[in-house]
Design a binder for this molecule. Structure first.
Ligand code: AP5
Length: 213
């Protein structure tokens, strides 16, 4: 299956994508994760991306399109993949369509996870992740067994640099200005589904299962 998960920052794309990818045995391709790895490694791409990410803006289209062009042609993506957080502009969606046409395939589902802004701010500012193993949680909605400690590997949990309230609000502004218009691009397609992202993680997961069926 070739899937796209869209939705505002904090909608639960990553949380749900991890579970669904494990079940479907397809790679989760998150442009956010790939960019954060580049920032951590101090590559030229990472240095360019860092300033946009810290400001709550989008990384230039040509950078992320290049990432996806290479990544979806890797062997582990031959039987499908889930794009988490890409495309995020109409230009990215058009580039993806062009690339898929060249590769002779298309998307099975484009799923939008819908959550209101107020809840998103609470989700983003309370998120904690483990830099050692990538495990994620929420201080109120899905707390770790021991405060500040990763359930999975015992590492120290940290807050993402762009999850401060000010940057989170800027990311939402960017979402409404640049990514929300993309809904019109996909809405009329057969494979498009809008899923309510509010409720427990299990409830959202069940709705996603229905949307994927
Ligand atoms: P990226 O990492 O993709 O960030 P994002 O889209 O802002 O999404 P998040 O990772 O913040 O949220 P999510 O929807 O995955 O939510 P999660 O599951 O973690 O991108 C970061 C930056 O990189 C961008 O700002 C941009 O600069 C750049 N970038 C990336 N892709 C790009 C592109 N294509 N083009 C240009 N630039 C790009 O959940 C959030 C929290 O809520 C967690 O703590 C979780 O435990 C909790 N939670 C999840 N579900 C629920 C629930 N149902 N109830 C209660 N809590 C919940």
């Amino acid at each position: 299956m070739r899937l796209v998960f869209m939705g505002p920052p904090g909608a639960g794309k990553g949380t749900q994508a991890r579970r669904i990818c494990e079940e479907l045995r397809i790679p989760q391709i998150s442009t956010g994760d790939i960019l954060r790895a580049a920032v951590k490694n101090g590559t030229a791409m990472g240095l360019e991306a860092k300033k946009h990410m810290e400001a709550g803006g989008l990384v230039p289209d040509e950078v992320v399109i290049g990432i996806i062009r290479d990544r979806i042609q890797e062997p582990d993506a031959a039987k499908g993949y889930l794009l988490d957080g890409f495309p995020r502009t109409v230009a990215q969606a058009e580039a993806l369509d062009e690339l898929l046409a060249k590769l002779g395939n298309g998307l099975d589902r484009v799923i939008d996870l819908a959550v209101a802004d107020d809840e998103l701010i609470a989700r983003l500012t309370g998120r904690r992740t483990c830099p050692a193993c990538g495990w994620g949680c929420h201080v109120m909605f899905a707390p770790p067994a021991k405060e500040g400690v990763c359930d999975k590997c015992g590492g120290e949990l940290v807050q993402r640099a762009d999850d401060s309230e000010a940057t989170a609000r800027q990311r939402l502004t960017t979402y409404h200005a640049q990514t929300a218009p993309l809904l019109d691009y996909y809405k009329k397609r057969n494979g498009f589904r809008s899923v309510v992202g509010v409720g427990t993680m299990e409830e959202v997961y069940q709705r996603l299962q229905a949307a994927l069926a």
